[in-house]
Design a protein around this ligand. Structure first.
Ligand SMILES: Nc1nc2c(c(=O)[nH]1)N[C@H]1C(S)=C(S)[C@@H](COP(=O)(O)OP(=O)(O)OC[C@H]3O[C@@H](n4cnc5c(N)ncnc54)[C@H](O)[C@@H]3O)O[C@H]1N2
Ligand code: MOO
Length: 462
């Protein structure tokens, strides 16, 4: 049997980075997928997007008002220079106007195409006086009488005033989005503005999620005595989804090695591009440690990390040669797959994912290649608040303990404060759900007191 490892958190992180770097190395790029612009948010672009047309595509009005030829006004520097015009036919948005004849002002709406010949727009509020209508509201356009009866006196505008000229936003031919960009809603809006209905994106990374244990049942089922609901699959699937990775849920509700191997093989056969498998449970010192027994045979290493919760851990690379490919699975394409095994307790699984996997997979989903840097999550300092200042919280000095907490800002001085939720125990899912941060009591520290400064990691931050 392989020697069990003993590692620090930093050493285990390094090992997991090495594993992911190695499994990524052997994979060639997969063909891009075309997705609808409506489904493109958060996807990674496979190629650069070049604007085929300009934005705006045509000169258009920035105001509801009158389109005029500036040359129709008397040449004057005086601010009061004005001229009086008969009206040309109204130009609503979405119409193709005729050219503006000299001596006429065309009522025009915001977004409407500026007629040929017009060189400025005067907003309706700026009309000096009018005959046949109120100066600051448009005449009735429901019949053509206004063409005969209405005149408006307008101030001389600067040339180009309130005209949004063609190409002033995007010139045709511009690279508007580079390859390798994670699309935000703003990018999606830009693509739609350019009339692009579909965009080529990288296929998403798939990761298998295997919860194990005779006692686990899917939510919704009727619980048998001594059983519990499988919360790890739900947590991990949601967490993967949140970072842009496709979770493939595979529940293994039996503690037999053969079933675990068969489920894993079936899942890998059905998802030959899966980059990794995350397992939960079955790795510590019990009599039925199915994950450990099955995967140790395939070269995955198990041991302990100086961390609480999350002490028992396993990780390694499942090489194609070590796969238990039975008769049904021998013929599918095989890649090395990263296997990360978390302890079964729900808080242990959640914290292990946050500390060892989430930042890395999030970076991979964003197309980043410097995985070491990606592993560094933002840490902040916060001042511990305990209900009674004379109390303290304890931690095994040989371990880095991660408590659950709520970080808030002191309104008096803007400092970060942190209150702990629940205890250090790793079955407390309610406290975990209410927490917004993980709070570290570092290795070498046996007690933390009210007012101590501790390192916190915000759960909603990368
Ligand atoms: N003698 C020892 N016993 C244990 C040790 C130890 O060092 N010596 N370590 C403890 C620690 S710490 C942890 S963490 C757990 C890890 O055990 P396993 O990874 O083998 O996990 P299981 O025994 O299968 O389950 C532990 C716990 O979690 C519950 N569980 C399992 N799967 C799920 C799931 N999908 N959803 C929700 N809850 C789950 C399971 O029912 C157990 O209560 O070992 C300690 N024991
Ligand atoms: O290491 Mo266990 O994860 O403390 O409950």
């Amino acid at each position: 049997m392989a020697q069990n490892f003993r590692r620090s958190v930093a050493q285990h992180r390094e090992e997991i980075v090495r594993i992911f770097a190695s499994v990524l190395e052997g994979r060639s790029g997969r063909p891009a997928e075309l997705v609808s612009v409506y489904d493109a948010a958060a996807r990674l672009t496979a190629e650069a997007t070049v604007a085929r047309n300009s934005l705006p595509a045509f000169d258009n009005s920035q105001m509801d008002g009158y389109a005029v030829r500036v040359d129709d006004f008397p040449e004057s520097r005086a601010e009061s220079a004005s001229a009086t015009f008969h009206l040309a036919p109204v130009i609503p948005a979405g119409t193709h106007p005729v050219a503006l004849a000299p001596g006429f002002a065309a009522p025009i709406m915001t977004g409407a195409m500026v007629p040929e010949g017009a060189t400025a727009i005067i907003p309706i509020e700026a009309v000096i006086s009018a005959v046949g209508t109120e100066p600051h509201s448009f005449p009735d356009f429901s019949n053509d009488d206004y063409l005969e009866t209405v005149t408006v006196t307008l101030p001389r505008p600067p040339r180009g005033q309130f005209i949004r000229s063609a190409g002033s936003d995007v010139a045709a031919g511009t690279v508007v989005i580079e390859a390798g960009t994670v699309l935000t809603p703003r990018h999606v809006g830009l693509l739609a503005a350019l009339g692009i209905a579909e965009i080529a994106v990288q296929p998403r990374t798939e990761v298998l999620v295997l919860a194990t244990g005779d006692e686990v049942q899917a939510p919704g089922e009727t619980l048998k005595p001594g059983h519990i609901y499988d919360s790890n699959s739900a947590f991990l699937s949601a967490a993967l989804h949140e970072i842009g990775v496709i979770p493939v849920r595979v529940s293994v509700s039996s503690d037999t090695v053969a079933e675990f191997e068969r489920r894993l093989e079936e899942a890998l056969a059905a998802h030959p591009n899966a980059l990794a498998a995350l397992t939960t449970g079955g790795i510590s010192k019990g009599a039925f440690e199915v994950v450990k027994v099955a995967l140790e045979r395939s070269g995955i290493e198990f041991g302990s990390v100086a961390m609480q919760p999350g002490g028992p851990q396993g990780c390694g690379i499942l090489e194609p040669s070590a796969r238990h490919s039975g008769e049904h699975f021998a013929d599918h394409a095989v890649h090395p797959v990263a296997v990360i095994s978390f302890p079964g307790n729900p808080v242990s699984t959640a914290i292990s994912f946050e500390i060892f996997v989430r930042p890395l997979l999030a970076a991979i989903a964003r197309g980043e290649t410097t995985l070491n840097a990606a592993m560094q999550r933002a840490h902040h300092q916060a001042i511990l608040q305990l209900d009674s200042p004379e109390l303290s919280v304890t931690s095994p000095p040989s371990k880095s303990q991660w408590r659950r907490g709520v970080v808030s800002t002191d309104p008096a001085n803007g400092e970060r404060l942190v209150q702990l939720l629940g205890s250090e125990q790793s079955h407390l899912v309610f406290a975990l759900a209410q927490a917004n941060a993980l709070v570290n009591i570092p290795e070498g520290t046996a007690e933390a007191h009210h007012g101590d400064t501790l390192t916190v990691m915000m759960l909603e931050e990368g």
